[in-house]
Design a protein around this ligand. Sequence first.
Ligand SMILES: CC(C)(COP(=O)(O)OP(=O)(O)OC[C@H]1O[C@@H](n2cnc3c(N)ncnc32)[C@H](O)[C@@H]1OP(=O)(O)O)[C@@H](O)C(=O)NCCC(=O)NCCS
Length: 287
Amino acid sequence: MPLSHTPLDRLPIRRLTADDLQACADLSEDRGWLREEHKWGLLLAAGTGYGIDDPSGQGLITACVVMSYGPGLGAIGMVLVAERHARQGVGRRLMRHVLDESGDTPLSLYATSNGQPLYEQLGFVETGRSEMLRGHFTGTEPAPERGVRPATAEDLQHVLRLDREIFGVDRTHLLTRLPAFADHLRVAEQDDEITGFAALWPNMDTHVIGPLIARDPATAQALVGSLAAASDRPLRTDVDNRHTALLTWLKANGLEQIATTSIMVRSVPELPGDWTRRFAPLTVAAG
Ligand SMILES: CC(C)(COP(=O)(O)OP(=O)(O)OC[C@H]1O[C@@H](n2cnc3c(N)ncnc32)[C@H](O)[C@@H]1OP(=O)(O)O)[C@@H](O)C(=O)NCCC(=O)NCCS
């Protein structure tokens, strides 16, 4: 049977590569999301993409990316089904495939209200909620002084060690891409010890702050303040809603909540690591 006549539930699911970047961005646009090519590029390079080609040659009908952190965690993101094929079981089929491929590995994702019912049907459970903030940083509420400076090559080992402790699994393969991916990477240092780090990376017309890892809310604020001073674009970040001190401070500085997402996990009661020192993900698409 020619592929163009193959029912949706029989079309082959394949691995995506860097060559699929434009098709992924087209799919984002199709669903009213931003194209986010820079982010797709990172995710396709550091993670494993899955997708289904449209047999009519019109790009992809669905895509998602799994960022693997070894046996301890896989983070699913960018789950998208083209509008013209919505509500026909494609999303469920792609997710089932990802679950089969992931075996017993615990999984996490940030769900939109569109995606949440599907994930619940597949055994994901809400473990928390996250606020997406956006806006021009005003600096009205100054950040405390916490020894923030640009990261150097010598800092990388310390950053990786601190991140492993706080994120809970090793993400060397992702963090070593940060110096090239981000416009700025900063560390906080007190008494010769790295107490936090954060990156600022370009996403369409905004700069995203993430990851944001810090010993305490004051250090997180100092990192944000330093990065904000390096940007003239609106900032975006995603903060776990338990971080009320940071959220209040960001809102006092002009950022507004533009969406909320559900943090969901499967095969594990909650995310590994220490949420009290994990203030923002690199991107919700990578956990
Ligand atoms: C969420 C999304 C991936 C679902 O894909 P899909 O192929 O349309 O979903 P399926 O047909 O496999 O539906 C699976 C189940 O999900 C739920 N669902 C799907 N779309 C939904 C919607 N718009 N609102 C509420 N529930 C929805 C339903 O329970 C559905 O089962 P049912 O049709 O038997 O009732 C797709 O709607 C999409 O790309 N949305 C925009 C991007 C997005 O929000 N992605 C999720 C990121 S976390």
